[in-house]
Design a protein around this ligand. Structure first.
Ligand code: C2E
Ligand code: MG
Ligand code: MG
Ligand code: MG
Length: 293
């Protein structure tokens, strides 16, 4: 059709001309457009210190309000986004949203600032402009470097000297570096030596077994001891019960995160949760609140 219109004419794209009936392709297109279409939502899950159970940080977790399928969780789309490259736009959106919220929290509560943890995919760290994008994001949003922590899983980063260099540059800005799902990767110990790590997040699979499975407890004990010697903070993920919290405290874990304290919340709901936490009404070790079992 373009040819029939003559050589010197510009062919304008007509939406009706191209029909895509492949659901996978449609999903990928929708995902690529999700950030621009304002369909991404960032929720925040509290991270509390031990033994005081004060909330000192939150983790940003992305959700996708899909036009037809309803609210989707990262398990439904992050793998696809990493494969198609949509993760770059999604990651930039989450980083900006999280920094805007962190700046607002600091302004509202200068005495008790909250650090915001943002999950960063290896594909983002693979890009040359990533450090500059963080510098720009901090500057644009008025966020202090120390209020931002990037979370990454160790595996892919270690393969790339350039990515490690970028991580060092990010650390040098004063941004924190956390290793996510620690203990499950093939190179957990190497990564502690090769990367500028501030926080280790103990994988929830160990936490799940900690009380009843001696080897899981031993792994946590070893991670906590090693991190203490290296000057690295520890956070245990997936804490759901009081017996797990007590054991983690006994083992010397520095912080906890999990449904026991709160599910990931909208920024608005987090504000109310934080007020209760500061007043000592939640995360107090007593079973208060509908989510605690
Ligand atoms: P993650 O970074 O390890 O985040 C923790 C996940 O565990 C979250 O799942 C959280 O809702 C869930 N969780 C927290 N406490 C508990 C608990 O007590 N019990 C159980 N069973 N689960 C708990 P979510 O939000 O579905 O996110 C899954 C993963 O998706 C994240 O794992 C992270 O790897 C990835 N992800 C989330 N947001 C982003 C993002 O903005 N960018 C990138 N690249 N990845 C993201
Ligand atoms: Mg994480
Ligand atoms: Mg994790
Ligand atoms: Mg994970």
């Amino acid at each position: 059709a373009a040819k029939a219109n003559g050589k010197n004419r510009v062919q304008v794209f007509e939406p009706g001309l191209l029909r895509v009936d492949n659901p996978r392709v449609t999903f990928e297109w929708q995902l690529a457009a999700a950030a621009a279409a304002n369909e991404l939502v960032v929720h925040y899950q509290p991270i509390l210190d031990l033994p005081g159970l004060q909330c000192t940080a939150v983790e940003a977790l992305v959700r996708w309000q899909h036009p037809e399928r309803g609210l989707l969780y990262p398990g439904d789309f992050i793998d696809v986004a990493e494969r198609t490259g949509a993760i770059i736009g999604i990651g930039a959106f989450v980083m900006r949203r999280a920094c805007l919220d962190a700046a607002a929290w600091r302004k509202a509560n200068p005495g008790a600032p909250l650090a915001v943890h943002v999950n960063v995919s290896a594909h983002e760290l693979d890009r040359e402009g990533f450090v500059d994008s963080i510098i720009g994001c901090l500057a644009d949003t008025g966020t202090l470097a120390k209020d931002l922590v990037v979370e990454l899983t160790e595996t892919v980063v270690l393969d790339s000297p350039a990515a490690i260099g970028r991580l060092r540059a990010i650390g040098a800005l004063g941004v924190g570096i956390a290793l996510d799902d620690f203990g499950t990767g093939y190179a957990s110990l190497t990564s502690l030596r090769a990367l500028p790590v501030d926080v280790v997040k103990i994988d929830m699979s160990f936490v799940a077994g900690a009380v009843s499975i001696p080897s899981d407890r031993s792994v946590i004990e070893a991670i906590v001891r090693l991190c203490a010697q290296l000057g690295i903070a520890t956070v245990a993920e997936g804490v759901e019960r009081l017996d797990q919290e007590r054991l983690l405290g006994d083992l010397g874990a520095g912080g906890v995160q999990g449904y026991r304290y709160s599910r990931p919340l909208s920024a608005a709901d987090l504000t109310g949760w934080l007020a209760d936490n500061r007043a000592g009404a939640n995360g107090s070790g007593a079973d208060v609140g509908g989510l605690l079992r």
